[in-house]
Design a protein around this ligand. Structure first.
Ligand code: FES
Ligand code: FES
Length: 135
């Protein structure tokens, strides 16, 4: 049987990066996948417009864990502006693809990043909707 998952997905699933909570996070986002009920929580630490640290917790399938792990690596050290450009498509490409039935899992990562950034602005007293859009 052909391998369903790329080596990179297997790597991020078996050895996920940036797992856990950030006690000094100034943005936290939690999103759920309507399709399967899986949940992802993303913590970001923003300093002068740059995401200096990020951690996540995912209660979900292997593809959701691998995409969260990859997404945290892709936004760490980036400006908020750049992090908002992260798409689930880019995360899937960085993982060298996902099986078609697992593509819906990757949307969680993009949404969780947006939700965390949205929370960051809300805490600052700034309306996030014009910047982040609807979550
Ligand atoms: Fe999430 Fe399958 S529905 S693990
Ligand atoms: Fe639910 Fe993957 S099956 S996120």
């Amino acid at each position: 049987m052909a391998m369903l998952y790329s080596d990179r997905v297997m790597d991020h699933f078996s050895n996920p990066r940036n797992v856990g909570e950030l006690t000094d996070a100034n943005g936290v986002g939690e999103v759920g996948n309507a399709k399967c009920g899986d949940i992802m929580k993303m913590y970001i630490k923003v300093d002068k417009g740059v995401i200096t640290d990020v951690k996540f917790k995912t209660f979900g399938c292997g593809a959701a864990i691998a995409t969260s792990s990859m997404a945290t690596e892709m936004i760490k050290g980036k400006t908020i502006e750049d992090a908002l450009k992260l798409t689930n498509k880019a995360v899937v490409e960085a993982l060298e693809g996902l099986p078609p039935v697992k593509i819906h899992c990757s949307v969680l990562a993009e949404q969780a990043v947006r939700a965390a950034i949205s929370d960051y602005y809300t805490r600052l007293g700034v309306d996030p909707t014009p910047i982040v859009g609807e979550i």
